[in-house]
Design a protein around this ligand. Sequence first.
Ligand SMILES: *Cc1c(COP(=O)(O)O)cnc(C)c1O
Length: 233
Amino acid sequence: MTIDHPNTRTALAAVRQQIRDAETEFSLPADTVRLIAVSKTKPASQILAAIDAGQRDFGENYLDEAIPKIEQLAEKSCRWHFIGNIQSNKTRHVATYFDWAHCIDREKIALRLSRQRPDHLRALNVCIQVNIDNEVNKSGVFDAETLALADQISQLPNLRLRGLMAIPSPGNNFEAQRKPFARMHRLFEQLRRTHPSMDTLSMGMSADMRAAIAEGATMVRVGTAIFGARPQK
Ligand SMILES: *Cc1c(COP(=O)(O)O)cnc(C)c1O
């Protein structure tokens, strides 16, 4: 496999700089925010260019294309984040191939992931997806249901509850984008009173990562700004 994606390297460096700038702007310690490079639909060669530039956390949504890439890049010690919805017939693959699952929104899926996590692997890191704008047809739990699910997940031996994740409805400007992220931050702080192990707020994508960082994101999931536009599904 050749590493020949100069644009990926340049774009990755630019995104890293934007994150550093936002950390400075909002008075956060350096390296508060971890960058998940969302490589869905992109070839392994492009991921390799990012690895070569020091990136190790990658996000994928579609198991069929993710698994061959994960296998191909197995020696690179990457951390793979599953950032799509998980159907119950897909839990075994997520439990086997991934280090993180960001979109848990029901106990049934959590139970299956814990049961199917292979013994030789460490606990799967998970986040609860919150439907922070109460949108119809959007996955995620409502604010009021989050604590109950957190309590359930904490009982499961092979999962480690790390935090919350959300994809707010798109805001047209910075101030509008901040609002749902601010609500996420308040919910996160509330839950941490009873679940002090939670340390992750996974929010912010290419178009709104500065607003997410302003409101306390600890992980941003950035695809387009690093790897370029994706074909429409
Ligand atoms: C695709 C995707 C991203 C990345 O989105 P960009 O707009 O390309 O940065 C982040 N999070 C989730 C859950 C996604 O599905």
